[in-house]
Design a binder for this molecule. Structure first.
Ligand SMILES: [Zn+2]
Length: 436
């Protein structure tokens, strides 16, 4: 009988504790319900978002939000900051909400904090302006830290005064959330595989008569390049040479390098999933599909983020500091993509591209290494690409620029890349240090 009484007593005690817990929860909810609702559903979370120099990108007391004073900056930073409607899923307002609100599930309170991003909003504004109303994306990062200094996607909206009917693609951050036909920038990926797998690559000569017959099918080139070294073939962006190399390497090696270099791998940026690229060479004629795959046409798709991450590794001796918008506590997040020897060869060939093919006038006063792409997208237009980096220890920047349906890479993406690099170099290094 005593045992039964003890059990009844325990059950009563448990019931009382549950009721007390529920009462406490209801009081908390009534007290702090606004913050809870904001946490889960969007709105204007309390807190501030600033750029690397402390410039205000977002501020809210939890009720009403304001963004940067300058509309051009608001639009240029739209995809980085996000919006209060929750339309931009990749924005800081959605992705870094915990850090911003300082929300604690234990105490059930939200204090509102200052979240500092690594971007320089004035560089975003420069890239946005240089894109000049065309759709596309740009990223510039410091390859010795992984810090993203510029990330822009267009079209963008004004988060302070959102449009009722925004243009197609406005809510997508194309820098990380979309993939595109890469065209000849993809030759940098094929090149890495070739350097590692073709022992006499640098002793060979590659013939281009303007087109190549591969298994009875004609592969057109952009010019008639004659006999070339591999350096010249890259500078000429010769389809015949790289088609031949792709066939020699075969699908397994091309796929292995696409994965290893991060093009088709599932990458993350501060916990956000990045759009995976793909390499689909399935076609009625496998060999011509394989050749086109190696030169970045056919069904290849690449996310701008994956490309600049790879180029950052090339610039940084083969290993990449994983890119970040939040900054690293310590620099321990390096991933080796390439051997130092392979990275160094690709880096000097990209340097040669600028010297021999694009002209030093492409980047006045800068020691830049680059590769262009003009990617045919099947509707008669081409995406313009340029990716590369600066050989400058004071300004160790890697970049990618994509301008959709814009035409040639050098002529259309080149000036955007140059404007961005010039502005990044002009920004004082002392400012960058101050962000730490
Ligand atoms: Zn050629």
């Amino acid at each position: 009988m005593k045992k039964v009484q003890r059990r009844a007593g325990s059950a009563l005690l448990i019931a009382l504790l549950l009721m007390a817990g529920l009462a406490l929860y209801l009081v908390r909810l009534a007290d702090d319900g606004g913050a809870w609702a904001t946490y889960f559903t969007g709105g204007s979370p309390a807190g501030q978002i600033v750029d690397r120099n402390g410039a205000l990108l977002y501020s809210s007391d939890g009720q009403s939000a304001s963004f940067a004073a300058d509309e051009a900056v608001r639009r240029a930073c739209y995809h980085v900051t996000g919006d209060t409607r929750g339309n931009v899923a990749t924005g800081a307002l959605s992705q870094f909400r915990d850090s911003l609100m300082g929300y604690s599930f234990v105490s059930g309170t939200s204090s509102g904090k200052t979240l500092r991003l690594t971007v320089d909003s004035s560089l975003n504004a420069v890239a946005y302006e240089a894109l000049a109303g065309r759709d596309g994306a740009a990223i510039l990062l410091d390859y010795t830290t992984g810090e993203i200094l510029c990330m822009v996607s267009t079209p963008a909206d004004d988060p302070q005064n959102p449009s009722a009917e925004p243009a197609d693609g406005t809510y997508i951050n194309k820098a990380i959330g979309a993939s595109f036909v890469p065209g000849s920038v993809y030759k940098l990926v094929t090149l890495a595989a070739a350097i590692d797998n073709i022992p006499d690559l640098f002793e060979r000569s590659f013939w281009c008569g303007g087109s190549a017959q591969l298994q009875g099918i004609t592969l057109q080139c952009t010019g008639s390049h004659g006999s070339q070294t591999i350096e010249q073939a890259l500078a000429n962006s010769c389809n015949c040479a790289f088609g031949e190399i792709a066939l020699e390497l075969g699908y397994d090696v091309l796929l292995e390098y696409a994965e290893k270099l991060g093009i088709t791998a599932q990458l993350e940026l501060d916990g956000m999933e990045v759009r995976r690229g793909s390499l689909d060479w399935e076609s009625e004629d496998m060999d011509i599909g394989l050749a086109w795959t190696g030169i970045g046409q056919h069904n290849d798709l690449v996310c701008p983020y994956a490309l600049v991450r790879y180029v950052a590794a090339v610039a940084n001796g083969g290993s990449v500091y994983e890119p970040t918008l939040l900054g690293h506590g310590e620099l321990d997040r390096q991933t080796e993509l390439l051997s130092a020897g392979t990275a160094s060869k690709i880096a000097s060939m990209m340097d040669y591209n600028v010297e021999a093919a694009y002209g030093e006038g492409t980047f006045p006063g800068l020691d830049a290494a680059a590769k262009t792409g003009t990617a045919e997208v099947g509707d008669g237009t081409s995406h313009a690409w340029m990716t590369g980096f600066l050989n400058d220890p004071e300004h160790p920047y890697a970049f990618v620029v994509l301008v959709e349906h814009a035409g040639g890479g050098r002529v259309n993406a080149g000036p955007v890349a140059n404007a961005l690099l010039q502005a990044a170099v002009a920004a004082s290094p002392a400012q960058a240090d101050a962000a730490q």
